[in-house]
Design a protein around this ligand. Structure first.
Ligand SMILES: [Zn+2]
Length: 420
């Protein structure tokens, strides 16, 4: 985020601005460390996607005991992250990666580096002149550490128990700071994780063009908090994940994750986890399979047949009944549909009908609506495509004198009507 900040001052200059550092955030050492200690199973890779709101912070505890930290949330998340790491029994961070200099990724890195024994620190080669980034560079310097450049093809130094290689960045100049994101692929046995930071389409395309590296992974940390600027269809096809983690704040200002991204994940049949809804997500790999501490949301909720499931409510009712038309603004030609349930719902093949004119809007394949989210279907001259809105048509649909709307699922079953 904070795209407005210009990246002007060179890397070395930032190191010298020590006089500005009076407010350098440092975390106190008075937290208890014995609470809920969970040593890593020696044979497991345990990856924690820490809930830091609209930001990223990921801890990977490697089989054999090394720790990797990828990003450290916003400045305000420093204590939360330090305490979380302590609760996991972390004493040292062998590898610390700042994917790129935006605050929502490196905000708490200074505190983390000051607090824990730190091995290598990896950053992409790009300059950025914010105080937050300068704090990080100063913390590295004060600890007697050096920055190791994160770049395509380089492996983490002396990493043990896993393969860990950077797939990006691969060149020295990009449009926008997000595309400088250090992208790490971790492979343990036959399982793999891809951590993309905020890499966007430009970086994704570059990773696909590379002839030697394979971005394929079981678990994808979705780029840029689920923004439509990342997760191109080509990239998603190449990664072909079974699981996707979106690190995102609930009700954030950016509309993340964008509907388009959720729709692509839905169409690809990927199980999606969202920190904003589910809190911290922990994935455990034994080298052959991966388990999660939370239930993933199969975005494509297929209504199972009812055989042998008599005790439950009929599944086709429970799956779709959580979606409602909550408003039809006849004058502005905006219909608002909301998912009031706890699971995402796939709207592929659903229909919205304007009763007066008997006009039908067919939801495009891959349209999904996440738990708690709304989707607007717009028509008329002001119809607008957006992160949470779809265009029906440029023509006026709704009769301003009164016009009930009906919503039908893909089986043709009536789901909701407005007004009630
Ligand atoms: Zn970000």
């Amino acid at each position: 985020m904070k795209h407005q900040v210009k990246q002007t001052i060179i890397f070395l200059a930032a190191l010298t601005i020590a006089v500005l550092m009076a407010g350098c955030s440092s975390s106190s050492d008075n937290q208890t460390t014995d609470e809920n200690q969970k040593p890593t199973g020696k044979d497991n890779l345990v990856v924690h996607f820490i809930d830091v709101g609209q930001a990223d912070s990921i801890l990977a505890q490697l089989p054999g005991g090394q720790n990797i930290l990828i990003d450290a949330g916003n400045n305000a998340d420093a204590d939360l992250i330090v305490n979380y790491l302590r609760r996991q029994g972390v004493n040292q961070l062998d590898h610390v990666i700042g994917t790129h200099p935006h605050e929502d990724h490196i905000g708490g890195l200074d505190a983390v580096i000051e607090t824990f024994d730190t091995g290598k620190v990896y950053l992409p080669r790009v300059s950025h002149n914010t105080k937050t980034y300068e704090d990080v560079l100063l913390a590295i310097k004060n600890k007697g550490l050096k920055v190791t450049e994160a770049k395509t093809g380089d492996e983490l130094d002396a990493v043990s128990g896993v393969d860990a290689v950077f797939l990006a960045p691969g060149k020295s100049g990009y449009d926008g700071l997000n595309n400088y994101s250090a992208v790490l692929k971790l492979t343990y046995g036959s399982t793999s994780f891809l951590f993309t930071g905020d890499a966007e389409a430009e970086s994704e395309e570059e990773m696909l063009l590379s002839s030697w590296q394979n971005p394929g992974a079981d678990v994808l940390k979705v780029g840029h908090h689920g923004s439509h600027s990342s997760t191109t269809e080509a990239f998603l096809n190449a990664v072909s994940p079974g699981y996707a983690i979106i690190s995102v704040g609930k009700d954030n200002d950016y509309g993340h994750p964008h509907t388009e991204t959720l729709a692509k994940l839905a169409a690809a049949g990927v199980q999606v986890f969202r920190t904003g809804q589910q809190g911290t997500i922990v994935a455990t790999s034994n080298g052959e399979s991966i388990t999660f501490n939370k239930k993933g949301s199969p975005v494509q909720e297929r209504a199972p047949d009812t055989s042998g499931d008599e005790a439950k409510e009929p599944a086709n009712v429970s799956a779709s009944s959580s979606v409602e038309i909550i408003d039809i603004d006849l004058g502005s030609e905006i219909v608002t549909v909301k998912n009031t349930g706890s699971e995402p719902v796939d709207l592929s093949g659903w229909k919205l009908v304007s009763q007066k004119g008997d006009q039908v809007f067919n939801f495009p394949a891959g349209t999904a609506i996440a738990s708690g989210e709304t989707l607007k279907i717009t028509s008329g001259p002001n119809a607008q495509d957006g992160s949470n809105s779809l265009v029906w048509t440029g023509k006026n649909i709704w009769n301003n004198q009164g016009d009930p709307g009906m919503l039908y699922d893909s089986a043709g079953k009536e789901v909701s009507g407005f007004p009630r």
